[in-house]
Ligand binder design. Structure first.
Ligand SMILES: *Cc1c(COP(=O)(O)O)cnc(C)c1O
Length: 813
């Protein structure tokens, strides 16, 4: 025997009982380089992931081969954000191996749940838009579509939020600190991405772009496992490398900084995720990121197509590219460039191919959030693309004129905003370059047609369509709420796991007292688990019998955490004035991050914490009201909070939340919604029924009318005793005695303009909350409502959403 062979590693007590345990142990030793005694939790995590990965890789290769052999059309989902969260639990649950792996690890003295908890949460996104992309990846694999996600491998994704003395502090999230066993770097899949320089004309009369600078985009692949492991797709994220990582001449001359400059500049491209919720980053770097990932992705797609099918002209038959919002919209110009400059097609043919290939999903109508770039910047960075955009624009405007558009319509259709500083409108580019433009909920799609895209819609009336968002029921029911899943399986069988709409079979049992008892028991257990998590983490004691009233999402004025907080203050006031009334105990739970440059959002976080400090220590309210702000909202935290929620706060100003997906997650886990007629709330209401949801407030139409007709918030505030008192208390420092003027400007904003209609909706919201109290008082009624929510929101599965995209937009089903 080789003297250098490793000593036997497993101690007697850890003698592996099954082959899987043997494999994990072998991986630990030979891949991680630790034995069972020396291994730390992170080592076990890595060994487990690497072992599971073997299974995934085989399916992954089989999936790729099958698509190739069938000559299948592929779907490409381009998104600057993928909020994927942790992957281990998802992957093994989808492979159906959870029990087996739990047992194997237990035989090694390792608790699966414990190592799952230390997996970093991959937060390569801001919020809903990024989470949607992650749910879509899972559903595309589940529906066995050959699909690729394309994005950026940010070294630091979303920041980690710490709360210091009530204030948000942003810290870098180092999710790659322990390496990332899920990913594969594909050095062979590398592309040059150019910037700047100039465009020359060749002797043959063709344009030739000579960039001043080029970086290398390198593919890093992560497998996306579908339900029951039927298919494994690829999430391809780009990282950047300088062509010349080090300039030796400079280095040897002693100028070390200059020698590494190129590498630093390249790495900067993939370092940060831009905050989506602040006004559009005017930063040059943001445009560089958008072009970097668009160009690498489009080059990769065209290369694959030509390699498999030989002729670039068949691209629309074999590739569907979906643009998740306008961040990848420059892809339209990039594909045109490749088709015309590299594949030598004429403009008309290239344009038909481009439109046939792209689809665009719009996520916002807020004018300040519609991306546009100063023309001089765009022209300097992407001179050839600028020429192509002019050419596209000329063509679109010609079509507009021909269809009878007047000057006003032509100016809104134009890809160039000529009002003031000239800018390139990315939404118009994406719209013009796509055969499908979709909204993400019915109301949002209607508003698209009526507002920002009204003239484009008149010009291309077939283009706009609706695809109401969805969530994957694997992560957002099966994995986060196994207790509930067990009960549902017992009652209606496991069919709902494959088809979430089968949950409707539960309707027949909503009145069944035993089922109500069981569902309530699971909810109670989930609330206990959350309480114990918060006790450890925040030294906080919560009563699991209280109503858990939850608002977790990005902090934004349009989402109206402020409405909730002002109402909380009013409730606090009333409990103090009338302690003798029959109040039902409530816990108000908040979580969410504010964009670091968004002053009011950060102040709202501080206000939540200031209110919590005062309310939670007031003996006059005792257990009747508690307020909690949980730091560092992310996917993993959402998975803990949502199964424990009784009430889901979806209270955006009507017309401003395109869809929302948090609303769907809560309903699927048996929370009742208190919400406005906004986004997908409307469709949730239509499905669960008016008696099982609490709707209040102005409609989108009423909001628009109020704004148009001169809304006077002061009159609203002075007309409502509760509101006036609460606003006054906050404004005068009742919750901030250390700095009495802290919230003066925030409250003055409500008096002065109240753009988000907090005052206008306050009384309706306050009454709706009392309606919630009444319903909560009738526990059998509440429980039946919870079951009817679960039963009727299966339609919001992202499997349904993806099936609609596949059929109506991509032509792959
Ligand atoms: C679902 C989800 C969101 C989106 O929530 P909304 O309430 O729709 O804004 C944002 N962040 C995370 C982590 C999520 O899981």
């Amino acid at each position: 025997m080789n003297a250098l062979a490793p000593a036997p590693v497993a101690p007697q007590t850890h003698a592996p009982a099954d082959p899987l345990a043997e494999q994990i142990l072998d991986t630990l030793v030979h891949r991680i380089g630790k034995d069972a005694q020396a291994a730390r939790p992170h080592d076990w995590l890595a060994a487990t992931i690497l072992t599971v990965r073997n299974d995934i890789i085989e399916r992954w290769m089989a999936s790729t081969k099958a698509a190739h052999a069938a000559g299948a059309k592929r779907v490409y989902y381009l998104s600057l954000e993928f909020l994927i969260g942790r992957l281990l639990r998802d992957a093994i649950a989808n492979l159906g191996r959870t029990d087996e792996i739990t047992r194997a690890l237990a035989s090694l003295g390792v608790d699966l749940a414990e190592i799952e908890e230390i997996e970093p949460d991959a937060a390569l996104g801001n919020g809903g838009l990024g989470r949607l992309a992650a749910c879509f990846m899972e559903s595309m694999a589940t529906l066995e579509l050959p699909a690729y996600g394309y994005g950026i491998r940010y070294v630091n994704g979303m920041f980690r939020q710490r709360i210091d003395d009530g204030w948000q502090v942003e810290l870098p999230e180092t999710w790659l600190a322990h390496g990332n066993p899920w990913e594969f770097e594909r050095r062979e899949s590398a592309y040059l991405v150019g910037f700047g320089g100039e465009v020359e004309t060749t002797d043959a009369g063709r344009a030739h772009w000579k960039p001043a600078e080029a970086v290398q985009a390198i593919a890093v692949d992560t497998p996306a496992v579908g339900w029951r492991g039927k298919r494994v797709n690829t999430l391809r994220l780009w990282t950047a490398r300088a062509l010349d990582p080090i300039r030796l001449d400079a280095f040897n001359a002693g100028d070390h900084e200059r020698a590494l400059q190129g590498q630093v500049r390249a790495e900067t491209l993939v370092r940060v995720l831009y905050p989506a919720d602040s006004t559009p980053a005017g930063q040059e770097l943001r445009l560089r990121q958008e072009y970097f990932f668009s160009s690498a992705s489009i080059q990769d797609i065209v290369r694959r197509h030509v390699q498999y099918f030989g002729d670039v002209r068949t691209l629309p038959d074999k590739a569907a590219i979906q643009l998740n919002d306008t961040h990848p919209a420059v892809s339209v110009a990039e594909l045109m460039r490749l088709l015309i400059d590299h594949h030598e097609l004429d403009f008309d043919e290239a344009w038909e191919i481009t439109k046939g290939t792209f689809g665009y999903t719009n996520h916002t109508l807020l004018p300040e959030a519609l991306e546009s770039w100063p023309l001089p910047l765009f022209e300097r960075m992407l001179p050839r693309h600028m020429q192509l955009i002019y050419a596209i624009n000329a063509r679109v405007l010609r079509e507009a004129r021909r269809s009878g558009a007047d000057d006003r319509a032509v100016s809104t259709i134009s890809l160039i905003d000529e009002g003031g500083e000239r800018r390139v409108r990315m939404a118009n580019l994406a719209f013009a370059g796509s055969h499908s433009v979709n909204g993400v909920a019915a109301l949002h799609t209607d508003l698209m047609k009526q507002t920002v895209f009204a003239d484009l819609h008149r010009l291309y009336p077939e283009r706009i369509n609706n695809k109401t968002n969805g969530i994957t029921p694997r992560r957002w029911l099966q994995q986060c709420n196994p207790g509930l899943c067990g009960i549902l399986s017992d009652v209606i069988g496991p069919g709902f796991l494959d088809d979430a709409e089968k949950l409707s079979e539960l309707n027949a049992h909503a009145g069944d007292a035993a089922l109500q008892e069981h569902v309530a028991g699971v909810k109670r257990a989930n609330k206990e688990a959350l309480s114990s998590f918060l006790r450890d983490r925040m030294k906080l004691r919560l009563d699991p019998d209280a109503l858990f009233d939850v608002q977790i999402k990005r902090i934004h004025e349009y989402k109206r955490q402020l409405l909730n907080l002002v109402e909380t203050v009013a409730l606090y006031d009333q409990i103090r004035s009338h302690p003798e009334r029959d109040w039902s105990p409530r816990v108000k739970i908040f979580a969410g991050k504010a964009a670091s440059s968004y002053h009011n959002a950060k102040l709202i976080i501080k206000l939540a914490n200031d209110i919590a400090r005062r309310v939670n220590t007031d003996p006059a309210v005792g257990e009747l009201l508690k307020v909690v702000f949980i730091p560092n909202y992310n996917v993993s935290l959402a998975e803990k909070i949502i199964p424990a929620a009784d009430l889901s706060e979806q209270i955006s100003t009507a017309g401003m939340e395109a869809s929302g997906t948090g609303n769907m997650k809560f309903a699927l886990n048996g929370a009742l919604t208190i919400g406005t007629l906004d986004g997908a709330n409307i469709e949730i209401k239509d499905r669960v029924g008016d008696e099982n949801i609490v709707i209040f407030g102005l409609t989108a139409e009423e909001v628009a009318a109020k704004r148009a007709n001169g809304y006077v918030p002061r009159a609203m505030i002075e007309g409502s005793r509760e509101l006036a008192q609460a606003v006054k208390a906050i404004a005068t420092g009742v919750f901030s005695p250390d700095d009495p003027h802290r919230y003066r400007d925030l409250m003055n904003g409500l008096y002065d303009h109240d753009w988000f209609m907090v005052a206008a909706d306050f009384d309706a919201y306050h009454s709706a909350q009392r309606e919630v109290d009444r319903r909560w008082g009738d526990q059998p009624g509440w429980r039946a409502s919870a079951i009817r929510n679960i039963a009727n929101v299966g339609w919001f599965s992202s499997d349904r959403t993806i099936a609609e995209y596949a059929r109506d937009i991509w032509g792959v089903m």
